[in-house]
Design a protein around this ligand. Structure first.
Ligand code: NAD
Length: 375
C-alpha cells in the first residue's frame, strides 16, 4: 500500500504529518511511503532523513496526490489540492469538518474517503491517536511563553540585593487540555496561578498542579456530550462574568482557552474587565479562531487596548514544529496502523474510532453531525 506525506502549504504551517522515525516503522511493516520534497523542511527534517528512513522523496505533486492509496496531512487541503485526489483514495488529516462545508462536499463528490483527526474520540482506547490533545497541550505551553515574553515583568518571585520582586499573577480561563498545560507551565515559571472552568470536575486537576480553582456556583448542568462543556444560560453567563471580573482585574496575565464544541467561543472577558486591568497586563486568547473569549480579540493579531496587550493567537502548535510534528506523527501513524488489516485499509464502521472519525466514504458524507451541518 502506498502512503503519501504532503508538504503543508497553509501560511504559517510548519508541521509535517509524519516524521522520519515513524516513516521507518511503517516501512518495516511493508508500507511504501512517498514524501513530498521538502515536506519536513520547516520542522527540520531533511529529504535525506526521509530517504534514510526508507521513504521515496518525490517532487511531482500531481503524482503524490493522485496515485497513493492514503494521503497524510496536517492542515485541511485547499480545493485545488483536494481536487487531485483520486476516487477511492483515503485522506487522513485535520479537516475542521464543522467549518468546512465546501471541502466536505468536494471530498464526497470525488469519492474520497476522508478521516478527520479532530474527530478521534476522546476515549482511553483512542488516547494515542488524539491529535486534539497533543496539539492543545502545545498551545497551552506556548501561550504562557508568549505571555511571559510580552509581560513587562518577571514571572517568578525574586529576592535580590536590589529588592524583592513579587511573582506574576496568572489567571487561566478554561482548564481543558490547553488550560491545564498552561497552568503547569506558568507554575514552572514561578507565577501564582488561578484557574476557572465551568466543568467542576476539573477542580482537583487544577489544584494538583498548584493553582487555585475559582468556584462559580452555577445552578445548571454545564457538562454535555462526551464530557465536553455545553453552552450555558444567559444568567449563568452573567454570574460567571461577575465572578471572574475581580480575578481578571488583579491578574498580570489572563490566558483564555474556553470552547464549546460546534459553537462560537463564549465571551468571558468583557471590554470593561480589560479596561480595569493594570497597564502592561497581557491577555492571550487561545479561542481567537472560534470568535475569542475576550471582547477585544482579533484572530491573528496582537492589539493594545487600555494599555493591555490582547494576543489573538492562531495555530500555536505550528510554532513548536519539531515536537508538534513528532506528536502528530505518532497520533496519525497509530490511527493508520489501527486501520490496516492484512496490508490494506479496513474500515469497520461498527468500531467507534472509525465511525466517529470517517467523514466521507463511497461518495457520501457518512458522518451524521457533519452531514447535518453541510445540509
Ligand atoms: P475544549 O478545547 O473544548 O475547551 C476547553 C475548556 O473550556 C474545557 O475545559 C471547557 O470546560 C472550558 N469551557 C467551556 N466553556 C466555558 C466557560 N463558559 N467558562 C469557562 N470554561 C469553559 O476542551 P478540551 O481541552 O479539548 O477537552 C475537554 C474534554 O475532553 C474534557 O471532557 C476532557 O476530560 C476530555 N478529554 C478526554 C480525554 C481522554 O479521555 N482520553 C483526552 C482529552 C480530553
Amino acid at each position: 500500500m502506498k502512503i503519501a506525506v504532503i508538504k503543508e502549504t497553509n501560511p504559517g504551517e510548519q508541521r509535517v504529518a509524519l516524521i522520519p522515525d515513524l516513516v521507518a516503522r511503517l516501512v518495516k511493516q511493508g508500507l511504501e511511503i512517498w514524501v513530498e520534497a521538502r515536506a519536513g523542511e520547516k520542522s527540520f527534517w531533511s529529504n535525506e532523513a526521509y530517504t534514510q528512513a526508507g521513504a521515496e522523496v518525490i517532487a511531482d505533486t500531481d503524482r503524490l496526490w493522485g496515485e497513493p492509496d492514503v494521503v497524510l496531512k496536517v492542515a485541511p487541503p485547499n480545493p485545488a489540492e483536494a481536487g487531485k485526489l483520486r476516487s477511492g483514495a483515503t485522506l487522513i488529516s485535520c479537516l475542521t469538518p464543522l467549518a468546512n462545508e465546501q471541502l466536505m462536499s468536494q471530498l464526497a463528490s470525488q469519492g474520497v474517503t476522508s478521516l478527520a483527526m479532530e474527530l478521534i474520540p476522546r476515549s482511553t482506547r483512542a488516547q494515542s491517536m488524539d491529535a486534539l490533545s497533543s496539539q492543545a497541550s502545545i498551545a497551552g505551553y506556548k501561550a504562557v511563553l508568549l505571555a511571559a515574553a510580552a509581560l513587562p515583568k518577571y514571572f517568578p518571585m525574586l529576592t535580590t540585593a536590589a529588592g524583592t520582586i513579587a511573582p506574576a499573577k496568572v489567571f487561566i480561563i478554561g482548564a481543558g487540555v490547553a488550560g491545564l498545560q498552561a497552568i503547569a507551565t506558568a507554575r514552572r515559571l514561578g507565577a501564582i496561578v488561578e484557574a476557572f472552568d465551568i466543568r467542576p470536575a476539573v477542580r482537583e486537576e487544577v489544584q494538583s498542579l498548584g493553582a487555585k480553582f475559582i468556584e462559580v456556583p452555577l445552578n445548571e448542568d454545564t457538562v454535555g456530550e462526551n464530557g465536553y462543556a455545553k453552552e450555558v444560560s444567559q444568567s449563568a453567563k452573567e454570574l460567571t462574568q461577575a465572578t471572574i471580573a475581580q480575578h481578571v482585574r488583579s491578574a498580570d496575565v489572563v490566558i483564555t482557552t474556553a470552547q464549546v464544541p460546534g459553537k462560537k467561543a463564549p465571551l468571558l472577558v468583557t471590554a470593561e474587565m480589560v479596561s480595569q486591568m493594570r497597564p502592561g497586563s497581557v491577555i492571550v486568547d487561545l479561542a481567537a479562531e472560534q470568535g475569542g473569549n475576550c471582547a477585544y480579540t482579533e484572530a491573528g493579531k496582537s492589539i493594545d487596548r487600555h494599555q493591555v496587550m490582547v494576543i489573538g493567537t492562531i495555530n500555536l502548535p505550528a510554532s513548536v514544529p519539531v515536537h508538534a510534528s513528532q506528536l502528530y506523527s505518532k497520533n496519525i501513524s497509530t490511527l493508520l496502523q489501527y486501520l490496516i488489516k492484512d496490508g490494506v485499509l479496513n474500515l469497520d464502521f461498527t468500531d467507534d474510532i472509525v465511525s466517529s472519525t470517517c467523514v466521507t466514504h463511497e461518495g457520501k458524507i457518512c458522518h451524521d453531525r457533519v452531514r447535518n451541518f453541510v445540509k
